[in-house]
Design a protein around this ligand. Structure first.
Ligand SMILES: Cc1cc2nc3c(=O)[nH]c(=O)nc-3n(C[C@H](O)[C@H](O)[C@H](O)COP(=O)(O)OP(=O)(O)OC[C@H]3O[C@@H](n4cnc5c(N)ncnc54)[C@H](O)[C@@H]3O)c2cc1C
Length: 380
């Protein structure tokens, strides 16, 4: 079993770490406070090739592979959870268009995502009545001549205001259940595509989360991604890969909280000595380090399987489950180690916990990950 990164993966990790520490980390508190979508940094990230990591070069991507993708997202997640989720979703959509798109769709969308001409890309599945049970969605797409006409409401859509292109799931056949779902590429400016309410969130506040309203939204038939009825499979396949991204973001955020706690434990003195001298604090630090390594190793295993083109649905769910729950636990412990200072915004750990809370919800809740894992394990 090989535990070494390649020279190239190490180089990507170093480059992105330096970039994230210099360009992203210093903005994290401000984008959280002002709820500002960080367009300028995202453009720089695209210029570094970070928005099309899973797409081959001949298709306009940077082809760095899933392990490097995970390393990149860990570094960005360590610097700022808002930047990390935008990057992760944009890469997921870029890969989805590469995997399921026609040559014309790839040629039109991938270069714009990869270059940063599109500030982000979005994935529109969830609806008010269809969250975990995404197959019960109600948006419709009716074919009229050379167009499909989309109607419905999507909620909680990451980067919905800024995305140049969005993968939108809608029913082309209302009687066929999840087999009646199709996916459409909907570009910004399409008539009938409206941005609705912007959510005010507990954390990840630099990431835009909005309602998307489709009102007689007309897209040309060429914008159908895959075939009619393939949509649910396409969305689930995309989410399967996307979970490696959220797991990686979680490891990065968990590492940031762990590092903050380690530094503070050495600096803070009570009873005449650093609190790191107390075994109660040492045990917390030991548990945090161990759990973080466990989460990171499972995340890299899922990334490695994905890179090799091997089945990794169960492993991606395991990675997302452990990494998101570990990140939350580490963030809570980091606050405990900071004492009262952890609860106020003089230190970043209160933001880390707020940012961590959504990790067990989006791209499938922890309960949904357990369903995916149990189904696989019990069928074996
Ligand atoms: C900040 C943010 C960003 C998001 N970004 C996107 C995005 O870009 N695109 C997108 O399409 N969606 C996005 N989402 C939506 C997200 O994926 C959903 O919120 C999530 O899938 C859960 O759906 P729900 O909120 O409707 O919860 P529900 O499905 O109503 O779940 C409520 C509770 O019931 C549990 N539950 C549900 N079904 C079962 C079951 N069968 N067994 C056991 N427990 C169950 C859940 O685990 C949860 O604890 C985002 C959400 C947030 C908060």
């Amino acid at each position: 079993m090989e535990f070494e990164f390649t020279e190239e993966q190490r180089m990507i990790q170093d480059t992105v770490r330096r970039f994230a520490e210099k360009e992203i980390g210093p903005l994290a508190a401000e984008v959280d406070r002002t709820e500002r979508f960080p367009k300028e940094t995202l453009k720089k990230m695209a210029e570094l090739g970070l928005m099309s990591l899973l797409v081959p070069e001949e298709a306009g991507g940077t082809s760095m592979g899933a392990v490097a993708y995970s390393l990149v997202l860990q570094e960005i997640g360590r610097a700022c959870a808002s930047h990390a989720v935008i990057t992760s979703v944009t890469n997921m959509v870029c890969e989805g268009i590469y995997r399921f798109g026609t040559p014309a769709q790839k040629a039109r969308c991938i270069p714009k995502i990869a270059s940063g001409e599109y500030p982000a890309a979005a994935f529109a599945l969830t609806e008010p009545g269809a969250g975990s049970d995404a197959g019960s969605l109600r948006a419709t797409a009716e074919r009229r001549g050379d167009e499909y006409v989309l109607n419905g409401t999507k909620i909680f859509i990451t980067s919905g205001t800024y995305a140049g292109v969005m993968m939108v799931a809608a029913k082309t056949n209302r009687e066929a259940g999840s087999k009646g779902i199709s996916v459409f590429l909907v570009e910004q400016g399409t008539p009938g595509l409206k941005v609705g309410r912007k959510e005010e969130k507990l954390g990840q506040r630099g990431s835009d989360t909005v309602e998307i309203i489709l009102e007689e939204c007309r897209v040309p038939v060429e914008n159908l991604l895959g075939n009619e009825g393939d949509g649910f499979r396409i969305m689930l396949a995309s989410l399967g890969g996307g979970r490696v991204g959220i797991a990686s973001n979680s490891c990065g955020l968990g590492r940031a909280a762990f590092e903050a706690a380690r530094v503070y434990a050495r600096e803070r003195k009570q009873f005449g000595r650093p609190i790191a001298d107390f075994q109660a604090i040492q045990f917390k630090i030991a548990d945090m380090a161990t759990q973080l390594d466990a989460a990171t190793l499972l995340t890299l295993r899922a990334a490695d399987l994905k890179e090799k083109g091997l089945p990794c649905n169960k492993e991606a769910s395991m990675a997302k489950l452990i990494a998101s729950e570990t990140a939350q636990r580490i963030c809570r412990e980091a606050i405990q180690i900071h004492g009262g200072y952890g609860y106020v915004n003089e230190y970043p750990v209160e933001r880390y916990l707020r940012d961590a809370m959504v990790l067990t919800l989006y791209e499938g809740t922890s309960e949904v990950q357990r369903i995916v894992i149990a189904r696989d394990v019990l069928a074996a």
